[in-house]
Design a protein around this ligand. Structure first.
Ligand code: G3P
Length: 244
């Protein structure tokens, strides 16, 4: 199974920070996952929520702050408030960190609630500038974005994120049809959606399945038995040791 560190080693360190990513480097992993948004002054930054208040000491939206303002925030993770490696990183800083490694980086475009102008173009340009086209997977809950990425850079691999809520409300066959017609390489569903049927539908369409967020052994074992291709986990150190 491909093991991805979800937001870095986020079960132990502040998520989506250089510290949580650096802690993954010596682990036997396939890759890491991170979330990208845009600042007020148009920089690509790595943070999950649209508002900074869950993880940092402010209540503002990412889109309303400049990079300098965001960089001045301190982590609210107990014990890491003053750690200089626990600031909000730029996407470029994280990609440069992993460039000399073999890690694959799953970049989630965090644009399902806020429509960041040119997010897809800016992410693709940065990947091209760093010559990391073969090292990334771009995912989004927005099919329009997944489609756009493939249009502007066909050699990039894409993944469509599928939440439990979304899957239950939609016509299933249409989701699979769209993933194929928009040339996705991966389906990234919530682990609760995975059963024999789901895997069969994906593998029959040449889609690999990477499931989020798998944090306990029973779920890992179940997915492994079902031949799921990979998982995103907050505890990659635990799963990398039992993974075959
Ligand atoms: O990319 C996998 C997973 O992180 C997707 O869900 O809500 O954490 O962005 P979410």
């Amino acid at each position: 199974m491909k093991i991805f560190a979800h937001r870095g080693l986020s079960g132990f360190y502040p998520e989506n920070t250089m510290l949580s990513f650096k802690k993954c480097i010596n682990l036997d992993l396939y890759g890491i996952e991170l979330d990208v948004q845009k600042t007020k002054d148009n920089h690509l930054v790595v943070i999950h929520d649209e508002k900074v208040d869950r993880t940092f000491n402010s209540t503002s939206y990412v889109k309303n702050m400049t990079l300098k303002e965001l960089k001045s925030l301190n982590s609210s993770f107990n014990g890491y408030e003053n750690n200089p490696e626990c600031k909000i990183p730029t996407l470029k800083e994280v990609l440069i960190l992993f460039k000399p490694t073999k890690f694959i980086i799953n970049i989630e475009l965090k644009n399902n609630k806020i429509n960041y102008k040119n997010l897809e173009e800016d992410v693709v340009n940065l990947i091209k500038e760093l010559k990391m086209e073969r090292r990334v997977i771009i995912s989004s809950f927005k099919m329009k974005s997944v489609k756009k990425i493939k249009k502007i850079c066909p050699k990039l691999k894409t993944a469509y994120l599928i939440s439990e809520k979304f899957y239950k409300l939609r016509i299933k066959n249409l989701i699979f049809y769209k993933m194929v017609s928009n040339k996705c390489s991966f389906a990234n569903p919530s682990f609760v959606l995975i059963d024999k049927q789901f895997i069969k539908k994906c593998h029959g369409r040449d889609l690999e399945v990477l499931s989020y967020t798998v944090n306990n052994i029973e779920n890992y074992q179940k997915l492994s038995n079902l031949k799921c291709d990979g998982i995103f986990t907050d505890y990659p150190n635990i799963f990398s040791t039992i993974n075959k």
